[in-house]
Write a protein that binds this ligand. Structure first.
Ligand SMILES: C[S@@+](CC[C@H](N)C(=O)[O-])C[C@H]1O[C@@H](n2cnc3c(N)ncnc32)[C@H](O)[C@@H]1O
Length: 246
């Protein structure tokens, strides 16, 4: 199980929706879900997207109880089945019209074996005509280079804590393609700093293409951003959209 405090610790999960939310990625997936009766969201987090889609059968899977607690409480959350589980070993015994991993959830899988395991989960849970979609940041754009305290400095408004200063720091290991990054939340009116260490992996598109193929998945469209542009070497995002290989 992933024990990243950003997601498993309620002290950090309380900031998630204040920093993240509806954008072009969610809009794109919601559009894909229009004709899907069943939707599986792997690494669903606080569940904003799945609760908004509200399919006939929606299942959100995440190992982080603190994130699922928020998902369960949100408007529309009662229509979704929230499952506390690891996407690498999930066996729901059901198949879905759409399977998605959003907000770079795919990057929490740090090894080749972990990535293959989650792709196997997708294959085992896709309906014959079902589609999958996920995003992972393109290593070519070196996003981690922006995650310095100076460049990442921002603030957010917390309903109870007031203004909170936020910044990151990151180190990238080219051998493992893993970025280790720190997230700091410091409420203006306190000296306490909530600090979390996290790790995510950056995978090049040709490597991902091979891994998807090996998992029995066929990509019909590679996007490079959530506005729908095709993937190119300098794209910010790598977004495969596909189905079961014939
Ligand atoms: C960046 S968040 C994305 C959350 C959500 N998809 C969204 O769009 O807001 C990554 C999520 O992946 C989850 N995660 C980490 N390890 C996981 C695993 N082994 N299986 C499934 N989800 C996992 C985390 O708990 C976290 O909620």
């Amino acid at each position: 199980m992933n024990s990243d405090p950003l997601y498993s610790d309620p002290d950090f999960a309380q900031f998630y929706d204040l920093e993240n939310g509806w954008g072009d990625d969610f809009a794109y997936c919601a559009n894909m879900a229009k004709h899907a009766e069943s939707v599986l969201d792997l690494g669903c987090g606080t569940g904003e997207l799945l609760a908004a889609i509200a399919p006939k059968r929606g299942v959100g899977v995440d190992p982080a109880g603190a994130m699922l607690d928020i998902a369960r409480r949100r408007k529309g959350g009662e229509q979704v089945e929230w499952v506390q589980a690891d996407a690498r070993s999930l066996e729901l015994g059901a198949r879905f019209d759409l399977i998605m991993l959003t907000s770079h959830a795919f990057q929490v899988f740090l090894t080749d074996a972990d990535q293959s395991a989650v792709l196997d989960t997708i294959r085992h849970h896709l309906a014959p005509n079902g589609r999958f979609v996920f995003d992972t940041r393109n290593p070519a754009t070196k996003a981690w280079a922006q995650w310095t305290p100076e460049r990442s400095k921002r603030s957010l408004m917390h309903p109870k804590l007031g203004e909170v200063n936020v910044w990151n720091d990151a180190q990238y290991d080219a051998a493992s393609q893993v970025a280790s990054y720190q997230t700091h939340y410091q409420p203006e009116r306190s000296t306490h700093i909530y600090a979390a260490n996290s790790r995510i992996r950056f995978t090049a598109q040709p490597v991902l293409a091979e891994r998807l193929k090996a998992a029995g998945l066929m990509v019909s469209n590679w996007l490079g951003d959530w506005q729908g542009a095709p993937f190119k070497a300098t794209a910010q995002e790598i977004i495969p959209i596909g189905k079961l290989a014939p």
